[in-house]
Design a protein around this ligand. Structure first.
Ligand code: ZN
Length: 160
């Protein structure tokens, strides 16, 4: 069975940015499962998946505009520490959750002051070209429930 819209795909992956400062891999863990055609993975990878079959391995380089988008330098803001959810030990590079006027958002700490922190609201992979290394394990038809939800329901999926 080939990957197309409405198929559930199980795969192993490695991903790194071009500088090698970020790497993530499903190696030694459960493979990733996603519903194809519903923007559950970055567009540049999803478009390469189309037409592939179990057993296929491939590498793909995804530019920021087809990945997590370009960096927005205006998305860096100084925020009072009291607006952080579970501030804990604050240090540059740490990910935090912030209460904002539009609800809770994720950000990365750039600088810690006495009462404020400078936060970067960009996705950590924004502006980066990503090198994916993918091995497709399984392709199956999605269930009606998965299609209605717009995502795959895998083993160990505890979100319901
Ligand atoms: Zn669901």
């Amino acid at each position: 069975m080939e990957v197309s819209k409405g198929k559930v795909v199980t795969l192993h992956y490695k991903v790194a940015d071009a500088e090698g400062s970020f790497t993530e891999s499903s190696e030694g863990r459960e493979p990733m499962t996603y519903l194809h055609g519903y923007r559950n993975i970055v567009p540049g990878l999803e478009s390469e998946m189309r037409g592939k079959s179990p057993g296929d391995s491939f590498k793909v380089s995804v530019a920021p505009e087809h990945g997590y988008g370009p960096r927005d330098e205006t998305a860096v803001q100084r925020v009072p520490i009291k607006h952080l959810v579970h501030p804990g030990k604050l240090a540059p590079g740490r990910a935090v959750v912030v209460n904002t006027s539009v609800g809770q958002r994720q950000a990365t700490i750039l600088k810690v002051g006495r009462f404020n922190v400078d936060l970067d609201f960009n996705h950590p992979l924004a502006g980066k070209t990503l090198e994916f290394d993918v091995e497709i394990l399984e392709v199956r038809d999605a269930t009606d429930e998965e299609l209605a939800h717009g995502h795959a329901h895998g083993p160990g999926d505890g979100h319901h």
